[in-house]
Design a protein around this ligand. Structure first.
Ligand SMILES: NC(=O)c1ccc[n+]([C@@H]2O[C@H](COP(=O)([O-])OP(=O)(O)OC[C@H]3O[C@@H](n4cnc5c(N)ncnc54)[C@H](O)[C@@H]3O)[C@@H](O)[C@H]2O)c1
Length: 391
């Protein structure tokens, strides 16, 4: 296998850390052969700062790359997947895989009926599954929780001890996304459940898949979900002190999902935008032979005290940390502890070897189906909803 040429779509935050991780890949020759994004200015600035050739569109970039790495807002994922899969390119797709984004600018997700939303999403998922299968290329679903070292260690412990996972608890929460389109359903496909909940949900679904495959070759998959969503920062009585992002238009800022698996075991996901103190990510596993707490952030690897020296203000210490004064759980290397590095390493290795990624399309399809079944459940104030599986 020669050099794998990667073309990045999107020139924002995710694209930035993908470049860092792509440049650390070992054992596979990788060239970042292009970047494109919606605005000429953003792609030019991004490409010039990193020495990456710039293209005006994905169509213009396609002939120059082997792998298409989609780092655009969720509403653009499907279009990019279609173009790349039809051209037979390997794909890396940022979370969430896709979603429901309405049909016009007047769309309000919180008021839209969720049953037709779920149906439309399932149709899109079937479309993606067929396109990727026909392309014969590899597919990496960029769910970094799967690749976090703590989660990978737990996966190994489950597989090697034949553990049965009885219940799990996972969370991603922080004080609000940086992305300008976050908080608008027609761009993001929903709020906390999809924007953040997809992460711990992906890890929970992954661990049960691996448990089943280790036992008898078949993944244990989700069959039903109950969910609640709330818009706490839009409550009439909310008292804004300026520490939390509050400009959500039609999405929830807090959510719960209770997932039931085919073997009757369960997983709970908590997620929200009202959490101060930096990004809060963990997965807990309660098995029949062990218990595990997987920390992604904070990891407690480094406790840093700053008495107030302003020279700390411009340093990166941890995602979504609003102050650098006092005690902080500064992250030594988030690319590693959050799983970003191993995620990109696995995807490039799989593209080179033709293997299936740990975080693959099957996981992405199940995650998306659970989330939109959860929105239907939340509309019914928590009533259990069957998860319609795509494959
Ligand atoms: N795994 C993680 O922890 C994580 C973290 C952040 C973002 N993400 C995901 O990455 C994706 C991008 O998020 P972000 O935070 O980088 O957003 P961002 O707003 O920082 O950047 C988005 C980029 O996409 C470009 N873009 C928008 N529409 C486009 C189109 N139609 N065609 C081409 N380019 C287009 C924008 O110009 C911008 O450069 C999202 O799906 C998000 O959910 C994942």
């Amino acid at each position: 296998m020669g050099v794998l040429r990667v073309g990045i779509v999107g020139a924002g935050m995710a694209a930035g850390y993908h470049v860092v991780c792509l440049r650390r890949v070992y054992g596979v020759a990788v060239e970042i052969a292009g970047v494109t994004s919606l605005r000429a200015e953003s792609r030019q600035t991004f490409g010039a700062a990193r020495g990456i050739p710039v293209y005006a569109s994905l169509e213009a970039m396609l002939d120059h790359v082997d792998v298409v790495d989609i780092c655009t807002p969720p509403a653009c994922h499907l279009e990019g997947i279609r173009l790349a899969a039809r051209a037979g390119k390997h794909l890396i797709v940022e979370k969430p895989l896709t979603g429901y984004f309405g049909r016009d600018d007047a769309f309000r997700g919180d008021r839209a009926p969720k049953a037709p939303m779920l149906e439309a999403v399932l149709e899109a998922l079937r479309d993606i599954a067929a396109l990727v299968a026909a392309s014969g290329a590899t597919f990496g679903y960029a769910e970094n929780f799967v690749y976090a070292p703590a989660v990978q260690r737990e996966r190994e412990l489950v597989e090697r001890t034949g553990a049965q996972i009885l219940r799990m608890l996972g969370e991603e929460s922080h004080n609000g996304s940086h992305a300008p389109v976050y908080g608008i359903w027609r761009h993001a496909g929903g709020g906390s459940l999809i924007g953040k909940g997809c992460h711990p949900l992906g890890a929970l679904l992954y661990l049960k898949r691996r448990e089943g495959i280790a036992r008898d070759g078949h993944p244990i998959r989700p069959v039903a979900v109950s969910a609640r969503t709330h818009a706490l920062t839009r409550l009439p009585g909310y008292q804004d002190r300026g520490y939390l992002r509050t400009d959500y238009t039609d999405v929830e800022d807090t959510g719960w999902m209770h997932v039931i698996f085919a073997d009757g075991t369960v997983g709970d996901v908590v997620t929200g935008e009202v959490t101060l103190g930096g990004i809060y990510d963990y997965v807990e596993v309660f098995a029949n032979n062990h218990r595990a707490r997987c920390r992604l952030s904070p990891t407690n690897l480094l406790d840093l005290y700053n008495p107030g020296d302003p020279r700390f203000d411009d340093l990166y210490l941890m995602e979504k940390l609003s102050t650098h004064a006092g005690w902080n759980a500064a992250a030594p290397d988030e690319h590693w502890t959050m799983g970003y590095q191993e995620e990109i390493q696995d995807f490039l290795t799989c593209a080179a070897d033709g293997r299936q990624a740990q975080s693959d399309l099957a996981l992405a399809l199940d995650t998306t189906a659970v989330i939109y079944a959860a929105y239907l459940s939340a509309e019914r104030t928590g009533a259990e909803v069957d998860v319609p599986l795509v494959q």
